[in-house]
Ligand binder design. Structure first.
Ligand code: PLP
Length: 405
């Protein structure tokens, strides 16, 4: 099976598997136990915390280990529900993942506003700037890159606007981390990430949150994580996650070094389609993806690329396909040919519900229903993109014959 659903989850890297096995052998103690085996596990967690702090650029004390990004965003939003004034509003981009949208609806049902996005899928900074001048939000949440379209969001600019107005800023960086350099994300007040999107194990992630000014815990029942998240830490999962992240960051740094080393600090250069700035390894992958997109557009009448005019993650293609009676047919037919793809975010896959992301971008349900998502990984070779294009053409020929009178 050829896997084109890395935005849903990515396979465990061999190095991360090895780190998990080793950690289970070496760190058998509970990090909260006072004996030496417990202390050894605790020291491993401290080292991992320092490692992540170096990668994203924050204080090690600002990091809380969680079970993944859904828990991280729930923890952050629960904290704001407990601590914001009763009339304070939360402003959130209209294209956030359900794990951000749902807690906001839950805690701030009548006290949230959606930050609009344009037709190309980018958050409207002009709206945010103008509204922040008018009144003060209690929290602004803008994701780093969208999971369905791959469109990169101006989170640095949104953060700068929030800083100017003294408003806390939360960034769901799940799709960014491991694909683009994570450095600088630590500047945001709150950041969520999850291991299984970059080659780490499922069920482990982190929340960056200010150590000063207590975070109101969601899980109660233990002193772990400095009282911010009760429950025994997943030591092996955390060490495995950090191994995967180091592998990805190393790839990104090596790619930048090949190109003269000037781009590591600047995430923008990594997703640009301009060949003069993208580091070689990323540029190569962009070229394979663009070749696939060109082939798709040439072969399939009515096909289009969502967010084509915008910088997008180098691994993601969100494409309008020719009309089929049910989009799920594409997924099933490609599956039969040996390709795993998605109709949208993993959470809405399997249900023919129009994507909220696409409707926020102004697409009608009929158009949104034509979208398929293809998302590659670091290890996906050019040949897999070529094979995917051939398979898509084959399914299209079959569908055209079916619908011919
Ligand atoms: N945020 C984004 C942008 C995602 O794509 C996902 C997963 O699909 C999540 C959050 C949730 O992550 P987790 O599976 O770790 O709960």
């Amino acid at each position: 099976m050829i896997y084109f659903d890395h935005n849903a989850t990515s396979p465990l890297l061999p190095q991360a598997r090895q780190a998990w096995v080793e950690a289970n052998k070496q760190y058998i103690g509970n990090p909260s136990s006072p004996h030496r085996l417990g202390q050894r596990a605790d020291a491993a967690l401290t080292a991992a915390r320092e490692q992540l702090a170096r990668v994203i650029g924050c204080d090690a004390q600002d990091l809380v280990w969680t079970s993944g990004a859904t828990e991280s965003s729930n923890l952050a939003l629960h904290h704001f529900a407990q601590t914001l004034a009763s009339d304070a509003e939360v402003w959130v981009s209209a294209i956030e993942h359900p794990c951000v949208r749902a807690p906001i609806r839950h805690y701030f049902s009548k006290r949230h506003r959606l930050i609009p996005v344009g037709h190309a899928g980018v958050v409207e900074l002009g709206w945010l700037a103008a509204e922040l001048r008018r009144r003060r939000a209690g929290l602004v949440a803008v994701m780093a890159a969208n999971n369905e379209t791959g469109v990169v969001q101006p989170w640095r600019e949104a953060l700068a606007l929030c800083r100017e107005h003294g408003v806390p800023f939360f960034c769901d960086a799940v799709q960014w981390v491991g694909k683009l350099p994570a450095r600088g994300l630590g500047d945001c007040d709150f950041v969520s990430g999850t291991a299984h999107k970059f080659g780490g194990p499922k069920g482990v992630g982190f929340l960056k949150c200010p150590a000063k000014g207590r975070v109101a815990p969601l899980l109660l029942g233990g002193p772990q994580e400095d009282g911010r998240r009760a429950g025994t830490e997943n030591v092996a999962g955390i060490l495995s996650m950090m191994t995967a992240l180091e592998v990805r960051e190393h790839e990104l740094a090596a790619a930048a070094a090949e190109d003269g080393g000037s781009t590591n600090e600047n995430g923008a250069s990594f997703h640009s389609s301009s060949s003069s700035v993208s580091p070689a390894a990323v540029r190569l992958r962009l070229a394979w993806r663009e070749q696939f997109e060109r082939g798709l557009l040439a072969a399939l009448p009515g096909a289009g690329i969502v967010g084509a005019s915008q910088p997008r993650l180098w691994n993601t293609v969100s494409a309008f396909m020719p009309v089929a009676d049910c989009q799920q047919r594409w997924v099933v037919k490609l599956d039969k040919l040996g390709f795993a793809v998605s109709t949208g975010s993993a959470c809405s896959s399997g249900r023919e519900v129009p994507s909220q992301v696409l409707s926020a971008m102004g697409y009608a349900p009929a158009e949104a229903g034509r979208v398929l998502r293809f998302s590659s990984g670091w290890e996906t070779p050019e040949a897999d993109w070529d094979a995917l294009l051939a398979a898509v053409k084959r399914v299209h020929r079959g569908e055209s014959r079916r619908s011919a009178p």
